[in-house]
Design a protein around this ligand. Sequence first.
Ligand code: ATR
Length: 270
Amino acid sequence: TDRYCVFGNPISHSKSPLIHTAFAAQTGEALEYTAIEAPLEDFAGAWQRFVAQGGCGANVTVPFKEEAFRLCDTLSQRARRAGAVNTLLLGKNGLTYGDTTDGVGLVRDLKHHGVVLEGARILVLGAGGAVRGVLEPLLATRPKSVFIANRTAAKAAALAADFADLGVIQGGGFDAVVGPFDLVVNGTSASLSGELPPLPDALFAPGASAYDMMYGAEPTVFLRWAEARGARVIDGLGMLVEQAAESFFLWRNKRPETGQVRAALRRELE
Ligand code: ATR
């Protein structure tokens, strides 16, 4: 049986084994998918050991995406842009190929929810690894404009400059945010601590959507704030399932149907 896993630290709460096991059952692929806690100081060693034990590929999550990027022999264009890898694939030649499917996952989930991206005015909150990882696929949908707002304004400006060849994109501090926007994506880790970036009240255009890359049993502070201001709110559960489906496709060349897994995960959360 072909072996796959997700590496993280911590990893015990990962939904990836459940998702990929469901994808395998649905597509009739014989594979085993487990969660492995890699040591913080030796991610490369964990991957090598897994390969030695018959591993064919892996997902990579916090805090190893940048380290995974560094160990790859070859990289997809979007992974090179992201500077991070969430999908490892062992080639027949024994070389490690790295890709990142987070951005495709976000875009697929937005489309799944009927959010129109082409021509949209998009605000992205945060300028860390999570945001860098999704910018290329987001810009590929041809939005009207993207503004990156971050607590550390210089980081947002630098990030925007890195992607300026792909579309109309600018960055700055939260005080530089001028709405209205058709879509606001929260990619900060502020939700984790229940905090909300300082944002103007008049942020959303009529019919606008608010998306949080995080998810949980309860809506995040950001989504509650957005809902109170009239936005349609979507959490990051679908992004998790869609990025997984894209990784599965890279490994097995089969595209799983994501609806059932979405529904199962949602039920499990409640
Ligand atoms: P990740 O991989 O989740 O993107 P990261 O690269 O450490 O993690 O980036 C975290 C992001 O969340 C950054 O944009 C950070 O803002 P700074 O660049 O100013 O540090 C943002 N962030 C974290 N905690 C925050 C808070 N309490 N309020 C606002 N932004 C916060």
